[in-house]
Design a protein around this ligand. Structure first.
Ligand code: GN1
Ligand code: MG
Length: 371
C-alpha cells in the first residue's frame, strides 16, 4: 500500500535507500501531531518455513516548517546519543535508523524528506484520563530529559525554529494576520481578542527575562505535550518522542507546555464547559515528577517563574492557533473548518482560568520545590 505517501514512487525510493525489498514493505498511517505525517512501516519476511515482520516508525518531515532538516536531525542525533548512553531501561531513547549510506534521513527525487526511527512496540501515550501515577512519571521523564542534557554545550545544538516561544514575535505575527484576514474569520474570532488584551501584558515577563539573559539557556524539548511521552507499562519504560524541536531554550517553556496539556479535562480543540474545573491533582503529580528530576539545576529565577509559564504557554498556543485560523489554516493541520478557532478559544480560556487560579498553582509548585 503506497497511496498515503507523497507519491507512489516514494515507498520504492525509501526501500532502496534503506536497502529493503519494496515488495516486502507495507505502510499504515499513524495519527499523531499536527505537523509531520507518520506511518508504521512493516517489512514482512515470508519464507516457506516461517513468516515474521519488523516494524519501523516512518515520518515524512514537514520541510515547510522544519526548513533545515540537517540541523533538526543533528540535534535529534545528539540528544538521542546522550539518552542512550544513560543505559537505563526505565528511560528509553528513540533510535534513528540510518539509510544504507549512513544518513539520518532521506530525500526523494521529488525533494520529499523522510526519516525512520525504531518502532516503540507495545508503547502507548497518555490518555485524557490518565492516573496521577502515570502523570508523575511523565513529569519525571521530561525532567530527566532536560537534566540528562544539562551538560551539553548549547552551542553544539542549532536553533532550528528561532523565536519559537517568543511572545513578542507571536503577537507581531498575529497583528500581521489580523490585517490580512477575511472579515468572516475576524468576526468569528472577535471575543478572543478581548482575552488577548486582558492577558497580554502578564505574559511578556518570561521573554523579558530571556532578553536580559536572566534565564539559563538549556537544551530543552520545546513540545512537551504529555502525549510526547510513550510508555510501556509491562516494562516500566518511558520514552520522550517527537524530538524535532529539541534546541536551546528555557526549561520554563517545557514546564508550562506540559502543564497546559494535562491541566485540562477537555481536548485541545474542544469547547470548554462553563465551570470546567482544572485537574489540580494531575498538576501536582506532574510538578512533583518534573521538579524532583530537575530541582538540582533550577535557578531562583526559574523557580520563581514556573507558575507564570503555565499561563504563558496556553496563551502562546492560543495566539498561534488564532493566527493560523486568520491565515486560513496554513500551519497546523485541521480536520474541520473551525478547528484552529476552537483550539485558540480552548487555549485562551485555559490561560485565563489558570491566571485566575494562580495562587492554587503557586502553592502546588512551592510544595513540589520544598519536598
Ligand atoms: C505542534 O505537531 P505537534 O502536535 O507535535 C507544534 C507545537 C504545539 C502543538 C499543539 C513545530 O506540535 O508547538 O504545541 O502542535 N509544533 C510545532 O498541539 O509548531
Ligand atoms: Mg511536535
Amino acid at each position: 500500500m503506497t497511496s498515503s505517501l507523497n507519491s507512489k514512487n516514494d515507498l520504492e525510493e525509501i526501500a532502496k535507500a534503506y536497502d529493503w525489498d519494496v515488495k516486502q514493505c507495507t505502510i499504515e498511517k499513524i495519527e499523531s501531531g499536527h505537523i509531520n505525517d507518520s506511518y508504521r512501516l512493516r517489512i514482512t519476511f515470508d519464507t516457506s518455513k516461517s513468516k515474521r515482520s519488523e516494524s519501523y516508525f516512518l515520518q515524512k518531515i514537514n520541510t515547510a516548517i522544519f526548513k533545515h532538516t540537517d540541523a533538526v536531525m543533528s540535534n535529534i542525533k545528539k540528544a538521542c546519543s546522550v539518552i542512550t548512553s544513560i543505559n537505563d531501561s526505565s528511560f528509553d531513547s528513540l533510535t534513528i535508523v540510518p539509510t544504507k549510506n549512513g544518513s539520518s534521513y532521506f530525500t526523494t527525487s521529488q525533494g520529499t524528506c523522510y526519516r525512520i526511527f525504531n518502532f516503540l512496540e507495545g508503547y502507548r501515550s497518555i490518555s485524557q484520563h490518565a492516573s496521577s501515577h502515570i502523570v508523575r512519571k511523565v513529569g519525571s521523564t521530561f525532567g530527566r530529559f532536560i537534566a540528562a542534557l544539562a551538560n551539553e554545550n548549547a552551542d553544539d545544538y542549532k536553533t532550528t525554529l528561532p523565536d519559537f516561544h517568543n511572545i513578542n514575535t507571536r503577537h507581531h505575527n498575529l497583528q500581521k494576520s489580523q490585517k490580512l484576514a477575511s472579515s468572516k474569520r475576524l468576526e468569528a474570532a472577535e471575543d478572543l481578542f478581548e482575552i488577548i488584551s486582558l492577558l497580554g501584558d502578564k505574559c511578556i515577563d518570561i521573554q523579558q527575562l530571556l532578553d536580559e539573559n536572566l534565564l539559563p539557556i538549556r537544551i530543552c524539548h520545546n513540545d512537551t505535550k504529555a502525549s510526547n511521552i510513550m510508555y510501556n507499562m509491562s516494562q516500566q519504560s518511558y520514552c520522550v518522542v517527537d524530538l524535532d524541536t529539541v534546541m536551546p531554550s528555557s526549561l520554563l517553556f517545557d514546564f508550562g507546555d506540559a502543564i497546559r496539556s494535562i491541566i485540562s479535562e477537555s481536548a485541545e480543540d474542544e469547547i470548554r464547559r462553563i465551570n470546567e474545573s482544572l485537574q489540580w491533582n494531575l498538576v501536582s503529580a506532574f510538578s512533583d515528577g518534573f521538579i524532583s528530576a530537575t530541582k538540582h539545576l533550577l535557578t531562583d529565577v526559574e523557580r520563581n517563574n514556573l507558575a507564570n509559564s503555565c499561563i504563558l504557554l496556553p496563551y502562546i498556543m492560543g495566539v498561534r492557533f488564532l493566527t493560523d485560523y486568520l491565515n486560513e489554516d496554513v500551519y497546523f493541520s485541521i480536520s474541520y473548518e473551525q478547528q484552529n478557532l476552537n483550539r485558540a478559544r480552548n487555549q485562551l480560556e485555559l490561560a485565563r482560568q489558570i491566571s485566575d487560579e494562580l495562587p492554587t498553582l503557586e502553592s502546588i509548585i512551592e510544595k513540589a520545590l520544598t519536598n
